[in-house]
Every structure is written in C-alpha cells, then in structure tokens.
Design a protein around this ligand. Structure first.
Ligand code: SF4
Ligand code: SF4
Length: 112
C-alpha cells in the first residue's frame, strides 16, 4: 500500500502569502531589503513594486520590504534614487505586528 505524501501547494497569491505568512517556495531570487540609514523615504519603491507582490510598506519612520511578499524582481531597485535596496539572503520571518499592519493596508486597498 502506497503512503500518501503531504503536499504543500506554493503560496501563489498575495492573499495566500499574507494569510499563511509564507513566501512562494518557487521563487528562486532572494528577497530585497531597504537599508534604513541610507533611505530618504521617497516611496518610489512602493510605487514601483508590482501590485501582485505589494511587498513594500511605509511605516512612517521607515519604509520596509516584507521578505515573504518579495519575489526579488528588483523593480524597486531600478526606482530607488539612492540605491539603498539590497539582496537579503539572510532574511528573517516578519514579526506579527508588521503582518497585522500589512493585513490592514491590504484590506483598506481592497475596499477602495
Ligand atoms: S524586488 Fe520586486 S517584489 Fe521585491 S520589493 Fe522590490 S519591486 Fe517589490
Ligand atoms: S526608493 Fe529608495 S530612498 Fe525611496 S523610499 Fe524606497 S528605499 Fe527609500
């Protein structure tokens, strides 16, 4: 008798990635991170990040990239006037408080 293997589908939609707090396992490029000490808070990266990823958030003092939502496409890198967005091979899971903020922002956008 064959044993059924657990099969986890990749988190393919933005909603799924936010709900499951999980990156799409099929994304091969590492996520990006913003170096806060160099960032001038212009929000160009937020505007450049494709809506299907929606990985950049302005928290007031800092602009941050949520690594679980970032597929590494580098559109934000091209838009940044001070070149302060770097590959982040050692990214860490996003804190719950930021996920709560992300959910609030995405719910707000969906209601527009
Ligand atoms: S690399 Fe792509 S997905 Fe990641 S924050 Fe930049 S624009 Fe968004
Ligand atoms: S585009 Fe660059 S300088 Fe502007 S908010 Fe994003 S990371 Fe900061």
């Amino acid at each position: 008798m064959q044993t059924e293997e657990a099969f986890v589908t990749p988190a393919t939609s933005l909603e799924q990635r936010i709900t499951e707090r999980r990156r799409n396992d099929e994304w091969k490029k590492e996520p990006r991170r913003i170096e806060a000490a160099e960032c001038i808070g212009c929000d160009s990266c937020m505007r450049a990040c494709p809506p299907q990823f929606s990985a950049v958030y302005n928290l007031g003092l800092d602009v941050v990239i949520v690594p679980e939502l970032c597929n590494g496409c580098a559109k934000c890198v091209q838009a940044c006037p001070v070149d302060c967005i770097y590959p982040d091979a050692e990214w860490q899971p996003t804190e719950e408080s930021l996920w709560t903020y992300v959910e609030g922002q995405e719910n707000f956008r969906a209601a527009q």
